[in-house]
Design a binder for this molecule. Structure first.
Ligand code: G6P
Length: 367
């Protein structure tokens, strides 16, 4: 009812607006004296130093936070990371070797495939860290250690705040591992910590652009296909932006690694097709801009999401959403906000049941 939605039209919008608080709640208890302390981890520094590989297993949006984490952990802590969707991992007789660590990520803690992947890993004799939102859920109970995301109850089927909390927990894990393994210097670590603490206020700023995004979204309520492209972490953001849109608006949408477009998807670009280009990684700006030029030449309308100050993008984009500057590893947390709002307003504009999209369940407890 209306009271539960706190004055918002839908739970999804309410939860989108709760994200600054959620992130703060996930970060604050784990920052002590300018250091990251993850007591729940239950790992000694030696154990962290001896990690030979990390396997991340999850479903849906949680899987997308895992894809992001692969870039962040590999980049910062130089530990190889494999990411699998749980339904694949559990049936491929995964190779787990000495020093491997398994991380399962789940909002509900009840997703059947993720739980089965956890059990499979434990049977093979490996310790599992759960990144879980629901306290006392099956995954929380069965994992060897649990890092809670503290997002509070999430009602809308399409996840927003739990997704953001998962990302934050994973950033902290990556930074912690990097520090213990000596792959990050103190100055960089401190500046990342500052950037991490700024995320809630920066998200607040982006939420302030709601009307602008709504206005833009209204132009696309009749779209047939929408594509999301990006490289590196921007590819991971694309995956989630595309999933959000398709699950609640029923518009066909695909996410593509921008450099892979030319191997197939570019044939689907027609006059006026919306392509959402993510360009938040300075090292990849030029590469993504050339992909934007390629789709524009085929008639696409390009909406770009980039970092404040990257004016060069305006040559190749028809519409630009700027996100505040942050560490490149953290941009998913900011860039996803306009994409969540875009998906939300397109779905509202189409008259969809935003909080309960057809055929989907909040928690998938059957295989
Ligand atoms: C369902 C939900 C998604 C969620 C996925 C994984 O498909 O609709 O929003 O990302 O399950 O759920 P979990 O609870 O394991 O994070």
């Amino acid at each position: 009812n209306a009271a539960e939605k706190g004055g918002y039209e839908h739970f999804m919008l309410k939860e989108i607006y709760e994200q600054p608080k959620t992130i703060n709640d996930t970060i604050s208890p784990r920052i002590k004296d300018n250091d990251i302390v993850i007591e729940e981890l239950n790992m000694s520094d030696e154990e962290i130093q001896e990690i030979t590989k990390i396997h991340i297993v999850a479903c849906g949006s949680a899987y997308h936070t895992g894809v992001t984490a692969k870039y962040v952990i590999e980049g910062l802590a130089r530990i190889p990371v494999e990411v699998d969707v749980a339904s694949e991992f559990r049936y491929r007789d995964p190779i787990l070797q000495k020093g491997n660590m398994v991380i399962v990520i789940s909002q509900s803690g009840e997703t059947a495939d993720t739980l089965a992947a956890l059990r499979e890993s434990k049977e093979k004799g490996f310790k599992v860290l759960g990144i879980v939102n629901v306290v006392g859920s099956s995954i929380a109970r069965e994992a060897d250690s649990v890092m809670y995301t503290w997002a509070g109850p999430e009602i809308a089927v399409a996840t927003t705040k739990a997704y953001s909390a998962q990302l934050t927990a994973l950033y902290m894990l990556a930074m912690k591992f990097a520090k213990v393994r000596g792959t990050i210097d103190q100055e960089k670590f401190q500046s990342m910590l500052t950037d991490l603490r700024c995320l809630p206020d920066q998200i607040e700023l982006l939420l302030g652009q709601k009307e602008k995004i709504q206005h833009f979204a209204n132009r696309y309520v009749g779209a047939r296909d929408i594509f999301f492209i990006g490289r590196g972490i921007d590819y991971a953001i694309s995956l989630e932006g595309s999933l959000k849109l398709k699950e609640i608006s029923y518009i066909h949408s695909e996410a593509y690694a921008a450099g892979e477009l030319k191997h197939g998807t570019i044939s689907l670009i027609e006059d006026g097709t919306l392509v959402v280009a993510l360009a938040t990684q300075p090292a990849l700006f030029q590469k993504t801009i050339s992909n934007m030029v390629e789709v524009k030449a085929r008639g696409a309308f390009v909406m770009a999401v980039t970092i404040e100050g990257n004016k060069a993008i305006e040559k190749a984009a028809d519409y630009v959403v700027y996100i505040p500057e942050t560490n490149p590893y953290f941009t998913n947390s900011l860039a996803i906000i306009p994409l969540q709002l875009f998906a939300y307003y397109v779905a509202v504009g189409r008259g969809c049941d935003v909080d309960k999209p057809r055929n989907l369940a909040k928690s998938v407890t059957v295989e």
